[in-house]
Design a protein around this ligand. Structure first.
Ligand code: C2E
Ligand code: MG
Ligand code: MG
Length: 581
């Protein structure tokens, strides 16, 4: 108690300095110094009982509640009534210090605090010495820590993040122009979490938090505010230099693999930077700006940082416009299908893959890789997918009967649970044989809602529809999928085909896929065959089916009619060359 009373004696005059007061006054810089360093939880209030100054440690513990101007009741709600209220009134009226019990956390043992009148208001000390039971203090601090920190990574949490952002943006006296928000997103976290399990995902997040901590400088504070989304707030720094330096350091820190259970995982980080107040005077606005910059970093290839600028905003607006017009595209007949041949060597057209196109009236042709993800996030993929399937099946009905039609399915089409009904209805209304339809899915379908989606695939299989696994080798190819579901076809992604002739590694991978698939009785199609050399290599290795610009690019319905003869001739030539080898 001795130390506390000394401190109290010193502080009684604090809160307002200057001569003319009958109470002893305390030099402002010494007070500031003391408040910065004391372990005691001291705070001062003016005549209206609004917070004027407080110990730094109190700020650490209470977070945003400790904002200048907050009323004493916001900070200590327990002072509003009961015995504590009486004590407060008494102290203010009589000027006699008094200790009182404060319930900070409901249903927990109260803390004791000393209330004392100052020259112009009130002072409160929750001194470590004052807590009758140190365990309570520890518990109290622990609870407050839990409320403001993320349990998994120990970084400050979302609540603290928004509080801090509000704080710095509203700090009229502070160096507002020198605050920076860096949003950090882990590239490919979702794949790790989905394929290697949440345990690995959690470990990865902890290691990621450590790497972020490792590059922080004085005055930077780091937060985890959602799943794999982290942020750093910089305040009172030399901008833009410091933020850019930190962003660079963050990106570099994520370049080395994370080793979890002896598995090296390459998970990069993308960073978006926005500066307050020029990119936003409200926290929401600043977060949006940083988010747009982050989006730009991801679009530019990930593993890099971008600083917000207005032209990004324009790009985003264009994207939003695009999004809006996509809703109308079906009605306005702007979507159509092209068909790309699938060739069984030496020269048999097995069928065609339907590839969706959007001809935007002002922009022109927009690639499916751009608008399909939009349709997926906007909940349009069900409707568009249904249209594609029906359109493609009707087209296939105009071809000779053995020719098949391959149609891509988006994972979004599996979500509603009505995919099998939709497919059955279309087969019925078009009158096509189910075994002429091949539905292409990617591994993402198997990653999400695995059991339901497997059920859906099995039902489609029972209908007689063939199922192929598209883009094989580019995701976290898990051989478990091949065991769990009887795929008819496996499509090797063009990534492995493009340098097939010269790259030994690609050759080894393609050979292994061929032998694996054939061992399981699965047919293999090579995608993106662009050259004769690739085609010949694949034919020699026993690839069942080829697809690519060398054999025929995706083409419109009208071009399809002229197609039949010419490429067949080319492939015949190819076969001849193959024989003479
Ligand atoms: P995918 O299903 O793997 O389709 C093959 C992609 O490779 C097509 O791109 C095709 O035009 C392209 N391609 C074919 N041969 C070659 C070649 O020799 N060289 C090169 N560089 N590329 C070649 P496209 O049409 O841009 O489609 C991209 C992706 O968009 C498709 O990849 C598919 O995932 C998706 N997609 C297209 N149509 C649909 C659809 O109707 N529904 C869904 N859900 N996705 C679709
Ligand atoms: Mg495909
Ligand atoms: Mg593909």
């Amino acid at each position: 108690m001795h130390r506390f009373w000394n401190l109290f004696g010193y502080l009684k005059g604090a809160g307002k300095s200057g001569a003319g007061h009958h109470e002893p006054s305390v030099n402002d810089s010494r007070l500031a110094n003391l408040l910065e360093n004391t372990a005691d939880l001291v705070s001062f209030y003016d005549g209206d009982l609004r917070l004027t100054q407080f110990a730094a440690r109190l700020g650490d513990i209470r977070g945003s509640a400790m904002v200048a101007g907050a009323s004493v009741w916001e900070i200590y709600p327990a002072l509003a009534d009961g015995e504590s209220r009486e004590a407060l009134d008494r102290v203010l009226r009589d000027g006699v210090p008094c200790t009182t019990a404060l319930h900070l956390v409901p249903n927990r043992k109260p803390l004791r605090a000393l209330l004392f009148r100052t020259s112009d208001g009130l002072g409160i000390i929750e001194s470590a010495d004052m807590h009758a039971k140190p365990v309570e203090e520890a518990e109290h601090v622990k609870l407050l820590h839990q409320a403001t920190h993320d349990v998994l990574t120990g970084l400050q949490n979302r609540r603290r993040f928004s509080e801090r952002l509000d704080e710095i943006l509203s700090d009229a006296n502070g160096p507002r122009e020198r605050s920076a928000l860096l949003q950090i997103d882990l590239d490919d976290f979702k794949s790790v979490n989905d394929t290697l399990g949440h345990g690995t995902g959690d470990t990865l997040l902890q290691l990621a938090a450590n790497r972020i901590r490792g590059v922080l400088q004085d005055g930077d504070s780091a937060y985890r505010y959602a799943g794999d989304e982290f942020a750093v707030i910089q305040y009172g720094k030399g901008q833009p230099g410091d933020a850019e330096w930190l962003a660079e350091a963050l990106v570099d820190a994520f370049k080395a693999p994370f080793i979890i259970n002896d598995i090296p995982l390459f998970v990069g980080a993308s960073v978006g930077i926005a500066f307050g107040p020029q990119h936003g005077t409200e926290s929401e606005e600043l977060m949006k700006a940083a988010d747009i910059a982050l989006y730009a970093a991801k679009r530019d290839g990930r593993g890099c940082f971008r600083t917000f600028n207005r032209s990004m905003m324009l790009l985003l607006e264009q994207r939003e416009n695009l999004r809006r017009s996509l809703r109308m595209a079906l009605e306005r007949d702007e979507l159509y299908l092209e068909y790309q041949p699938l060739i069984r060597p030496p020269a048999t057209i097995v069928g065609f893959e339907a590839l969706l196109r959007w001809n935007h009236p002002e922009i022109g042709l927009i690639p499916p890789n751009v608008f399909i993800p939009m349709a997926e996030t906007d909940g349009l993929m069900d409707e568009i997918g249904r249209w594609v399937l029906e359109q493609a099946c009707r087209q296939a009905m105009t071809w000779p009967s053995p020719l098949t039609i391959a149609v891509n399915l988006s994972p979004a089409q599996f979500l509603g649970g009505s995919l099998t009904d939709t497919v059955a209805q279309i087969i019925d209304s078009v009158g096509i044989r189910a075994d002429r339809i091949e539905l292409e899915i990617t591994e993402t379908v198997l990653l999400e809602q695995t059991v339901d989606n497997l059920d859906t695939l099995n039902t489609l299989n029972v209908l007689g529809i063939r199922i192929s696994l598209d883009d094989f080798g580019t995701h976290y190819s898990s051989l478990g999928y091949l065991k769990n579901f009887p795929f008819d076809t496996l499509k090797i992604d063009q990534y492995f085909i493009k340098d097939l002739v010269t790259d030994q590694k690609s050759q080894t991978i393609v050979r292994s896929i061929l032998s694996l698939a054939h061992g399981l009785g699965i047919s293999v199609t090579a995608e993106g065959v662009e050259t004769e050399g690739q085609a010949r290599w694949l034919i020699d290795e026993g690839c069942d089916c080829l697809q690519g610009n060398f054999l025929g690019a995706a083409m419109s319905v009208s071009a399809l009619r002229d197609y039949t003869v010419r490429p067949l001739q080319e492939v015949h030539d190819l076969e001849g060359q193959g024989r003479h080898k």
